[in-house]
Design a protein around this ligand. Structure first.
Ligand SMILES: [Zn+2]
Length: 348
C-alpha cells in the first residue's frame, strides 16, 4: 500500500488516515522519552504503605492487616484526584465578571448575555478516582509481570469496576512511561467512576445498538472478529478466550485491540482476556527491545447498556500528534496495521 487511505473504525465510526509514505524511516521509532528512576522512594513498592492514602482494597494471601506488607495487589485513592467524591456545593457559573479586562461603562458589561448560564456551563466534577497498584515489586511495565501476577492485577481491575457499578461509566486505564503520562513509574492502573457517559463511549454504544437493530440482534464485535480471523492479515494471536488484532482503522503505529471470543457487554462481569492482554504487552516489548511508552484503556458497557461489547485498546507512543490531528480529530498513521500485525506475529 502506498497511496494514502482513509479508513473508518467499525466500533466508533471515526476515520483515520493511513499514510505509510509519510514515514521517512518507517522502521525506526522512538520508544521512550524518559528513563525509569528505580525503586528508591517509590510510594507503590511493598513496605512503603504509609506513603499512600489508606488502602480501600487489597488482595492478600495470608491475612495481614490493612496498609501492611504481604499484598498481591493494592488499591488506594488517588492523592491528586481528578474527581471529587460526594456532592458538593454547586459552582455558581453565572457570577463571572469581566474584572480588570473591562473598564466602567464598557458596553460589554451592560450586556445580560454573559448572565445566561448555558453559555458557561459548569458543575462539580464528582466521582471516584482510584489507583490500583498492579504488583508489590517495582516493575515499570506490565509486560514484566509473570502470568499469575498479571492475572491478579486484571482481576483486581474487574473487582474495583464492579465495586463502582453504580457509576454511569467506569473508565479504567494504564499509562506506562513518562511520555505517556505516567507520573509514577511503578506499574499501576487508574479507575475513574464517572457520573456521565463520555461522548466517545456513547457513540460506540449507539453504533453497537444500531447494528443489533439492523441485523436482528447481531453483534458488531463478533462479526468483526469472524471477519478478522478469516482474513488473517490483521490478526496477531488468538486463544480460547480472546483474539488480538491491529484494528482496521488504527490511529497510530502498532495500535492493538483485544477482543473477547464471546462478545460480552461488561468487562467487569466477564472473566476472559487477561492472558491476551499480557500477550499484547509482551509482544510490543519484544518488537521494540523493551516496552514502549504506552496507554491502555478498557472500553466497557455503560451502566444499564444491553448492546455493547467490551474490548481493550493499547496505543504505543511511537508517534506524535500534531496540529492536523488536534484540529480535525483525524489521526494519521504512518505504519499500516497489516504490517504491524505481521511484525508482531514474528515475535510470537
Ligand atoms: Zn515501586
Amino acid at each position: 500500500m502506498s497511496a494514502p487511505e482513509l479508513r473508518i473504525d467499525q466500533l466508533t465510526g471515526l476515520p483515520a488516515i493511513l499514510a505509510p509514505g509519510r514515514a521517512d524511516r518507517p522502521d525506526s521509532f522512538q520508544t521512550r522519552v524518559s528513563e525509569p528512576k528505580g525503586p528508591d522512594n517509590c510510594p507503590f513498592c511493598e513496605g512503603r504503605e504509609d506513603r499512600t492514602p489508606p488502602e480501600v482494597y487489597a488482595t492478600r494471601g495470608e491475612g495481614g492487616g490493612a496498609d501492611t506488607p504481604g499484598w498481591t495487589t493494592r488499591v488506594v485513592p488517588n492523592l491528586y484526584p481528578a474527581l471529587s467524591e460526594g456532592a458538593e456545593a454547586g459552582v455558581d457559573s453565572t457570577s463571572g465578571e469581566a474584572g480588570a479586562f473591562a473598564s466602567a461603562g464598557d458596553p460589554l458589561l451592560q450586556s445580560r448575555r454573559a448572565g445566561e448560564a448555558d453559555l458557561f456551563a459548569s458543575r462539580p466534577a464528582t466521582g471516584v478516582h482510584e489507583v490500583i497498584v498492579n504488583a508489590p515489586r517495582h516493575a515499570t511495565a506490565m509486560a514484566e509481570l509473570d502470568e499469575a501476577q498479571f492475572a491478579a492485577a486484571v482481576e483486581t481491575w474487574r473487582e474495583r469496576m464492579r465495586a463502582h457499578g453504580e457509576a454511569a461509566y467506569v473508565q479504567l486505564i494504564v499509562n506506562e512511561g513518562g511520555g505517556a503520562g505516567a507520573s509514577l513509574e511503578h506499574t499501576h492502573a487508574q479507575l475513574y467512576a464517572l457520573d456521565f457517559v463520555p461522548a466517545a463511549v456513547a457513540r460506540e454504544r449507539e453504533r453497537a445498538g444500531a447494528y443489533a437493530e439492523r441485523t436482528a440482534g447481531g453483534s458488531l464485535l463478533s462479526d468483526i472478529l469472524v471477519e478478522e480471523v478469516r482474513r488473517k492479515e490483521r490478526l496477531v494471536a488468538i486463544d480460547e478466550e480472546a483474539a488480538l488484532i491491529c484494528p482496521w482503522a488504527s490511529r497510530s503505529p502498532f495500535e492493538l485491540r483485544v477482543l473477547p471470543r464471546t462478545a460480552t457487554a461488561s468487562f467487569a462481569e466477564d472473566t476472559a482476556g487477561a492472558a491476551m492482554i499480557h500477550t499484547a504487552l509482551r509482544l510490543l516489548a519484544k518488537r521494540f527491545d523493551g516496552s514502549p511508552e504506552l496507554n491502555l484503556w478498557i472500553r466497557t458497557a455503560p451502566r444499564g447498556t444491553e448492546h455493547f461489547h467490551w474490548h481493550v485498546d493499547v496505543a504505543s507512543r511511537l508517534s506524535v500528534k500534531a496540529a492536523f490531528e488536534f484540529a480535525t480529530g483525524v489521526d494519521i498513521d504512518t505504519y499500516p496495521p497489516e504490517r504491524a500485525a505481521a511484525d508482531l506475529r514474528e515475535c510470537l
